[in-house]
Design a protein around this ligand. Structure first.
Ligand SMILES: *Cc1c(COP(=O)(O)O)cnc(C)c1O
Length: 390
């Protein structure tokens, strides 16, 4: 048997140990976490909907009407009016014929890849794709090919080398740890040339990019023919929980027949679907949330550039500061926490070796004074060896 304690000790020594914090109260810029008041810049609640009164009210009304639990899987008798209405709203929102609700984004990615591909087929993925897309490909038994981040020549070379089988190109629409946007028109063109499906995981674009927050495909002007599989999550920009796949009638019916992570699991609580439907309406109607968010992004970037911080090239609410080593990410995160600022360090294997970072995220719930406090905290950060005031 493995010596787990020794393994954990080694992980700690390498600065890669992970631990959880306990927060009290709702998600928002000002949080109480591990008993301390902090200003947080690390949630994915980009529009500030996680604690919105109308969303909470919809969840409460949903629980009163439909109860707490769904009681069964969608294909037994767990698929209720609340789920169905949310699916219709998601289809309308994404401008596609149908949408199918999954309990989580992780499960949606597993479900769709496994339903469409198997042994002898090929999944081609950007190297920086989210873990759930990688795991979905692995579980499908198709061959997984990974190409260098955003490198369309590398993608083309991969596609050229494939001789038989179905092909699916899968990318994050907005890369979760870098914040940059996938070159969607080029990806769609490559997919067309090679008769491959294009699947876009818009966990971080949904609600944030495009008209009414319809996401990165809308922002890039891609149609359902160009990108037949849209996946997005409901627990980030929309502030609640869950995920969906949107596409053609045939795609959704195929998933209902074949997606194992859809079939063999309990339907999510109907009250969550009701809350999400309220959040979706707010996200679409309240363009000011996006306007405000993008004004904050601009303000932050200008300030960070003026300070000479190692800012990455991101146009989205994900604004990472590259530290390189895991230890440096930990040190800076701890220094910020001393100043009452919560920014989590992101380390391997979430990001490649040597690419640790502080993943700063902004939300429409922040105001300019919050961002100024963050910039002030960042301006105090000291390089390695200077922590003791040297
Ligand atoms: C968060 C995330 C997921 C997983 O979604 P959950 O609903 O949290 O399981 C999938 N893809 C990307 C790109 C993500 O960032």
């Amino acid at each position: 048997m493995k010596d787990l304690e020794a393994i954990l000790t080694r992980q700690q020594a390498r600065g890669l140990y992970r631990r959880r914090r306990v927060s009290d109260g709702p998600q928002g810029p000002e949080m109480r976490i591990d008993g301390r008041e902090v200003l947080a810049f690390c949630s994915n609640d980009y529009l500030g909907l996680a604690n919105h009164p109308k969303v909470i009210e919809a969840m409460q009304a949903g629980a009163r009407r439909y109860g707490a639990g769904s009681g069964a899987a969608h294909l037994i008798n767990g698929h209720g009016r609340a789920h169905h209405q949310l699916e219709e709203a998601l289809a309308a929102f994404s401008g596609r014929p149908r949408a199918l609700l999954f309990s989580t984004g992780y499960m949606a990615n597993q479900g769709v890849i496994g339903a469409l591909l198997g042994r002898g087929d090929h999944v081609i993925e950007d190297r920086l794709n989210h873990a759930s897309l990688i795991d979905g490909a692995t579980l499908s038994r198709a061959r997984l090919h990974r190409f260098a981040h955003g490198d369309m020549d590398a993608l083309e070379a991969r596609l050229n080398a494939i001789e038989s089988g179905e092909k699916l190109i899968a990318v994050d629409g907005v890369f979760s740890m870098d914040g940059d946007i996938a070159p969607l028109p080029q990806l769609a063109a490559a997919a067309r040339r090679h008769d491959a499906w294009l699947m876009v995981d818009d966990a971080h674009g949904m609600g944030v990019l495009g008209e009414r927050g319809r996401g990165s495909l809308d922002a890039a002007g891609l149609t359902i023919d160009q990108a037949p599989i849209l996946m997005a999550t409901l627990g980030k920009g929309l502030g609640v929980f869950g995920a969906f796949i949107a596409g053609s009638e045939a795609l959704i019916e195929t998933l209902i027949q074949r997606a194992r992570s859809y079939i063999y699991t309990t339907a999510l609580p109907p009250a969550i679907a009701e809350a999400t439907r309220a959040a979706l309406a707010l996200a679409g109607d309240e363009a000011w949330r996006r306007d405000h968010l993008f004004a904050l992004i601009k303000h932050f970037r200008q300030g960070a550039i003026a300070l000479g911080l190692p800012l990455m090239d991101s146009p989205t609410p994900i604004q990472p500061l590259l530290t390189g080593s895991a230890q440096q990410a930990l040190r800076w995160s701890a220094q910020l926490e001393q100043a009452g600022l919560l920014v989590t360090p992101i380390r391997p294997p979430t990001v490649p070796e040597g690419a640790s970072r502080l993943r700063i995220t902004l939300s429409a719930a922040h105001d300019e004074a919050h961002v100024d406090r963050l910039l002030d905290g960042l301006s105090q950060l000291k390089p390695k060896g200077e922590e003791n005031g040297r």
